[in-house]
Design a protein around this ligand. Sequence first.
Ligand SMILES: C[S@@+](CC[C@H](N)C(=O)[O-])C[C@H]1O[C@@H](n2cnc3c(N)ncnc32)[C@H](O)[C@@H]1O
Length: 255
Amino acid sequence: MPEPIKPNVIGASPEGTQDQESAARAVREMFTSIAPRYDLLNHVLSFNVDRVWWRRAARTFRHVLVCPNTRVLDLCCGTGDMTFALGRGAGKNPLYIVGADFSHSMLQRANEKSGEWRGASAATWVEADALRLPFPGENFDLVTSAFGFRNLADYDAGLREIVRVLRAGGECGILDFGEPSGMAGALYRVYFKQVLPRVGTLISGVRGPYAYLPASVERFPEPAEMLKRMRSAGFSEATWTPYTFGIAGLYRGRK
Ligand SMILES: C[S@@+](CC[C@H](N)C(=O)[O-])C[C@H]1O[C@@H](n2cnc3c(N)ncnc32)[C@H](O)[C@@H]1O
């Protein structure tokens, strides 16, 4: 089968969807269906490496997090683990931090977890579509998204919306899966495409989302292409740092 031409990809397109609207609806329904078991599945399927990635991404932005009056938006926050990692990264500095997601069930779980949170920064949870954010322009010092951006129905529109809500000089961190190369990549692909969908389906009791995961990573633009799109969207600087052999990676941009 010929390789898909990734540069032309507009956004996520779960099986059976025809346009951006149906793609976004399918993504929201998928995450809503796995929300009750999302955290457990995440930790089991990633062997807890997900925690290391969130922490590492948050550490990268420590210089922003420790500034007084910092305003942070964590997009596609799901059950809030990246949001909490950012709060932890700020230490005693109380952040204004918003976690936004379009799945109500995921946000409900995030809100429950807030009850166990003892940090200085209390998050505000907002139900919102990342492509139509209910915030004025130039509003945040930092916008992050962990494992959510890849699911947007239009990547360029998502990047433009991030640029819009960032103040001048503000930073962006997009943490998402990648496709490692070499021997490690070959082994990982067996796990990611064969084992993970089966275990995910078994634990969640839902067919679909865990087959969609490897397909969505395969479809997502390569780092060079993604960096090009970030610059076109208005980021003056854009870099990518691979995590764990490139299984994941952090895109950084500055407006
Ligand atoms: C894989 S989860 C990641 C959750 C969390 N950031 C984490 O690291 O565990 C992806 C999340 O993105 C959300 N999402 C996908 N597309 C979205 C959109 N257009 N607007 C808002 N949230 C979206 C989903 O509802 C889901 O909660």
